[in-house]
Write a protein that binds this ligand. Structure first.
Ligand SMILES: NC(=O)c1ccc[n+]([C@@H]2O[C@H](COP(=O)([O-])OP(=O)(O)OC[C@H]3O[C@@H](n4cnc5c(N)ncnc54)[C@H](O)[C@@H]3O)[C@@H](O)[C@H]2O)c1
Length: 377
């Protein structure tokens, strides 16, 4: 029997349903959770991680897998968004082929969203699909990217343009691993958490705004209240995402609301070649831009947009946006993979906690809103 985590969030997807286990120290039980989720047939994990994360948590993961009698072939990819490429996936596939990894094996992603997206995509295609598990180690990955089955790689003109839907069999989110996160990674995660508040849960938005800035460090044991806030927030975000994904796995409709802030966010990442902003930071700016678009198009009250901008600012400092051309960002929007017939559509809030899908305003309005957001966060 695997141990009880503090919280489990189920993702209700019929024959592909799975659990997200959340709690401090869960990584030490990854073997037991995996044994329970995959059954006795699992012999080996192809573990995908990067040197930064592996140095911190690899020992615990290997020890736990060994205790559950699960072998491990460890593939370390480069650290960073620029390694989320088809080239890295090819290296991983060759690594598996050289080691004669067969269908009975599964992949395990240990790391942030970059590792999770890449490993999930590689698993979706290897031998036409092997199962995989996620052990997310960033706040962003725990509340967002490890849940819902979107996997993929970037292309030079846009993020995540090549990918697959491939649901994990298991997600184990150890909130203790977050204590080693650099401040900007906390901030990036909090922006995505705010997103859930704006799209679905005004109370969550208020709780988050009041708690910002919130970061834990490795040198201090978190208080009970801090632990509870973190676990509950991760769980709440996962519940919102799990609910949306269960109702609309392939993004035919409702799932699009999760893209709030991402249309402009992805364009900002693309024009800065994925180097200047963390993904979550770009989403933070994207949310502020989307709120401004909503105000300019009469969808949202200016006071609510100001609350979102203030919440984003409270999370922490953004890198300077000097030198980024709003016109270039607007041009890059046209590569958004959710564009239909070349027309970009936006998820815009009508109030905090409620969003809808709208056609884009003119390029001139878009430019002004992007410019404003770049200058004001
Ligand atoms: N699939 C989805 O549904 C989905 C959703 C949102 C975002 N994403 C993707 O997620 C990616 C961003 O993920 P991210 O923000 O986790 O970035 P990331 O994976 O690059 O991780 C951020 C940094 O933190 C380091 N790190 C990870 N865990 C750590 C820990 N516990 N302690 C110290 N350092 C640690 C990493 O090595 C890296 O340098 C983007 O590629 C984005 O497109 C995917």
């Amino acid at each position: 029997m695997p141990p009880s985590p503090l919280t489990t969030v189920p993702v209700a997807l019929a024959d592909r349903a799975y659990d997200i286990h959340i709690g401090p120290g869960c990584r030490r039980e990854i073997g037991a959770y995996a044994r329970a989720a995959f059954g006795e047939r699992l012999k080996t994990f192809v573990v995908v991680s990067n040197p930064t994360v592996w140095e911190l948590y690899g020992g615990d993961v290997l020890q736990s897998l060994r205790a559950a009698d699960i072998g491990a072939e460890v593939f370390l990819m480069g650290d960073g968004e620029r390694f989320k490429t088809i080239r890295t996936a090819e290296k991983l596939w060759d690594f598996c082929i050289e080691r004669r990894i067969e269908r009975g094996a599964a992949f395990l992603a240990v790391g942030g969203g970059v590792v999770g997206d890449l490993a999930g995509f590689a698993a979706a295609a290897y031998l036409r699909g092997v199962p995989f598990a996620q052990m997310p180690t960033t706040l962003l990955a725990q509340i967002d990217s490890s849940v819902g089955g979107k996997t993929g790689v970037n292309r030079p003109r846009g993020k995540n343009l090549v990918g697959a839907f491939h649901q994990p069999v298991l997600v184990v989110a150890d909130t203790d691993t977050l204590r080693t996160l650099p401040p900007r990674e906390w901030n990036a995660g909090w922006h995505e958490a705010l997103k859930y508040g704006v799209i679905r849960d005004a109370a969550l938005f208020d709780r988050l705004t009041a708690a910002m800035p919130f970061r834990l460090g490795p040198d201090r044991v978190p208080t009970a209240a801090e632990q509870e806030f973190l676990i509950e927030t991760v769980a709440e975000c996962c519940r919102i995402k799990a609910g949306v994904v269960a109702r609309d796995e392939r993004e035919a409709g409702e799932r699009k609301i999760l893209n709030f802030g991402h249309t402009v966010g992805h364009a900002i990442e693309a024009v800065t070649r994925y180097r200047k902003f963390r993904h979550g930071e770009a989403v933070g700016i994207g949310m502020v831009a989307a709120c401004d678009i909503a105000v300019k198009t009469g969808v949202l009250a200016a006071a609510d947009a100001a609350r979102v901008a203030e919440a984003v600012r409270r999370v922490g400092r953004m890198p300077s946006a000097r030198g980024i051309s709003a016109a270039e960002v607007v041009a890059a929007l046209k590569y958004d993979k959710k564009a239909s017939g070349g027309a970009v559509r936006f998820i815009l809030p009508r109030a905090i906690g409620e969003v809808g899908e709208y056609a884009a305003p003119s390029d001139a309005v878009l430019r002004r809103c992007v410019e404003w957001a770049l200058k004001n966060v």
